[in-house]
Design a protein around this ligand. Sequence first.
Ligand code: FUL
Length: 447
Amino acid sequence: MKDFIKAAAHVKPDERQLRLITQTPFYAFIHFSPNTYTGLEWGTGRESCDIFNPAELDCDEWCEAIVSAGMKGVVITAKHHDGFCLWQTKYTDHSIKSSPYKNGKGDIVRELSDACRRHGLKFGFYLSPWDRNCPLYGTPEYNDYYKAQLTELLTGYGEIFHVWFDGACGEGANGKKQEYDFDGYFELIRRYQPNATIFNDRGIVRWCGNESGTAHYAEWSVVPSELCPYCEVQTGPGPFAGSLAYMYNTDMNIGALSNIMYSKGLVFAPSEVDMSIRDGWFYHPEEEPHSLDRLFDTYLNSVGSNTTFILNIPPMPNGRFDKRDIARLKELGDKIKSEFAVNLAEKAAVTVTPYCGSDTQTVLEIDLRKKCSVRYVDFCEKIAEGQRIESFIIQTPDEYGTWWNRAFGTTVGARKIVRLENIETDKIRIFITSSRDTPLIDEVKVY
Ligand code: FUL
């Protein structure tokens, strides 16, 4: 058991995963398709291309709004389940070329990828495997069609940072379901965009298990290989290896010891929280953007809880973002900036002491050198070396020097932001109460 726990502590991200979780943890999603015009969330695939005409489309405006929220990239639905393609694909007429937009000459994937470069944003795409329009769907030939489209997107639009695969697999136009060739799809991405990360409900970046913006109570990037068959297995089997066939992302304790000891081996697969700024993924005029508090809480619960965060903003039928969404994005960006503006630990003295001689329990004491009002403790593990911390406590002393527990936490990983209720203190302890190997804290910030 001991050796297995140690091995679990040394399961590491690959370069792509590391880049995403440390450099691009917050990015935008854009859902845009005939659904924007019909009010549906899942199009039937029988929509006329004539309805798609975003005459006032302005990808620079999208990018400015996205940048204002502090996001670092964009992923657009190049094709959603209705099969309508937003780019000039050679393989179907159910696309922008049959629409009135720019007299059939438009290419929104091109417009957005160019705008992203102008605004310093990374660009990625969603290509729905489920296609309710394509007559080939449900046959082996569909996988060739899908791969041909994937190749167009991977080779025609510059650097792609993230490719998003939806797990949905419904019936197509002929009533049949499709067996997706994910191995083949992934192989193409590796060939043409070796630096891209891949989202899939079962890894390489995996689904957090809900669409309401909540990381798990303990969010582990080290999970059983049974859950993420496309990731490299980095350990031997757990001491009780058996079957975890029942396990899915919606389970609450995916990476917990009580679970991984039954696995056949462990992989590194960070989780991504996906949520829309409004209830729907597509634009519905009657919906309002979520409150600033809800969005900021989600940010703390995702980026601040060892997951990445993809936040959807749906364009309106005219191709613009709703002014209410633009304003909310800016408020969110401003709030993130102002809450994390002054790092009180910048000049602090930090001492690290093993607790009672244990190398897996450690006390980090941060001497802020003067009384401050503390709202957040923000710290991370050296995630390139793996994820180790199981639990921690934040403590501050009272006027007699007695240390009191102020907050409890579980995992840390790439980043943990702990919210405190404006505690007046000059000293803080992060007491790592359990770790799978010597905890390696990379950075501690206090706000
Ligand atoms: C789901 C899809 O079915 C929704 O329409 C949306 O695209 C969401 C992000 O993923 O699985």
